[in-house]
Structures are given as structure tokens and as C-alpha cells.
Design a binder for this molecule. Sequence first.
Ligand SMILES: Nc1ncnc2c1ncn2[C@@H]1O[C@H](COP(=O)(O)OP(=O)(O)O)[C@@H](O)[C@H]1O
Ligand SMILES: [Mg+2]
Length: 248
Amino acid sequence: MVQEGAGLHVSKISKSFGHVHVLKQLDLIVQKGEFLSIVGRSGCGKSTFLRLLAGLDESTTGEIMLGGKAIKGINPEVRVMFQESRLLPWLTVVENVEIGLSHSDNSKSKSEIRALATEMLEKVGLAGREDEWPHVLSGGQKQRVSLARALISKPKLLLLDEPLGALDAFTRLEMHQLILNLWKEHQFTAFLVTHDVGEAISLADRVLLLENGNIAMDLNVSIERPRERDNTQVTELEKKVLNRVMNF
Ligand SMILES: Nc1ncnc2c1ncn2[C@@H]1O[C@H](COP(=O)(O)OP(=O)(O)O)[C@@H](O)[C@H]1O
Ligand SMILES: [Mg+2]
């Protein structure tokens, strides 16, 4: 079940909250299927930018085109994952995945929807956990459910806003592998916001640094995958980006 990602064309996006000018005339072109990481100091506007891409908020000026269509409001082709899994406690695991399907899509029967959700749960390593309640799951497992819910609708653009920020180191490494495998299989376009520069570089094709309302650095990462944690090219790039963020 391969779907294509969509290219993204961001032109002259600005976003202000009162007198706070968070994004200033930001331009960005992303190829379909690209994996981008966004890093930057706390409060620099990473979540604001992702909310605009998701259509959860409107820019003050400028335009965002996804696959040639302007993003205006919530779009079924775009899905977001946050630091908290945001599962509904009164629904079972499989029901939480099913709600990721667009409500406007009436073409599938209940049993088709159940089969799709079960398949997604298998892909995120949670086969057999369908009928459990969210509260019995670990933090990492909840994020797996959240990932299955995000991907069941086959989005063209997946936005990840520090989804691994609250997880322990081992679980993070497992999630990296899972996200990369699903990205390779589904070929969606991906944006990962992370405060972990090493994580940004090990996963992405491109690392963007957001600073003063604009993209201060746009770094291509052409290191072959899989990228081991102690890969010297990764650690060298990590040092370079960190030095730039800290203005050393
Ligand atoms: N809804 C809002 N109302 C007012 N200010 C906001 C709102 N959302 C974000 N901001 C401000 O915009 C700036 C960027 O926030 P955010 O995008 O959350 O940063 P980051 O995700 O990079 O840490 C901060 O100064 C924050 O206080
Ligand atoms: Mg944020």
C-alpha cells in the first residue's frame, strides 16, 4: 500500500501573535517524499510553523501549497503527531487507530476499517493489542498507536512535533527505526521537529535551522542509511549544527 508524498511550496509565510513576529517571510521548497528535520532554540517558532503546515492555524501573510493545492484549514492529506499521544481513553487501541480515517470517507465498511486498523497496528509492532485500553500501554506503545492513527489515512505529509521527546533512549532508537521503515514503505513527505540534533541528522535528508523567524541553515544530509549512532559523518555534522545553533 504505497502512496506518494506531496511536494510543498511555502512562499513568504509570516505569522505574528500581536507584536510578536514569530515567522518572517519564510520561503521553503520541499520535494515529495523528502524527510526534513527542524531544529532551533525553544520558542523560535517550530511548532507554529508545523501548525500552519497542518492547517491548524492560519498564517498572517503568505501561502502554503501542498501538491499544488493551497492549504486552508485542516486537510485529510496531512497528519500530525505530538509529544503526547492524545489517545482517547474511552476507546480501545484499535478504535483509536480507526478515528484517524477521514470522517468524510464513507466508502469503507466497518469490517474494512477494522481490517485496516489491525494491519496498521501490526506495522507498528502492536499486533494482538487491539482490544486493550490506552492506559495499560507504555509511553512508547502509546506513540506507536498514535503513529498508526496518523498513517491509517495514508497522508501525503506527516508532521512530527517532538513525538519522541518524552521517551527513554532505547524506546527512541526503536521509534527511529519504525518511523524510517514506515517512511520508506509509504513514501510520505515528513517533517520532524526535534531538540535532539543527533536525531535530526540520523533521520533526515535535510536539516533546517529555524532562527529569527526564518530558515538560517538548510543542510543536506547525504549520508547513506542506515546511519549508526557513532557514524563519524553524523557526529561531525552534529557538531557543525550545534555550533551554529549556539553561535560558537
Ligand atoms: N497561540 C499563541 N498566542 C500567542 N503567542 C504564541 C502562540 N503560539 C505561540 N506563541 C509564541 O510564538 C513563539 C514561538 O512558539 P512555538 O512555535 O511554540 O516555539 P517552539 O515550538 O519553537 O518552541 C513563542 O514566543 C510563543 O510564545
Ligand atoms: Mg514546540
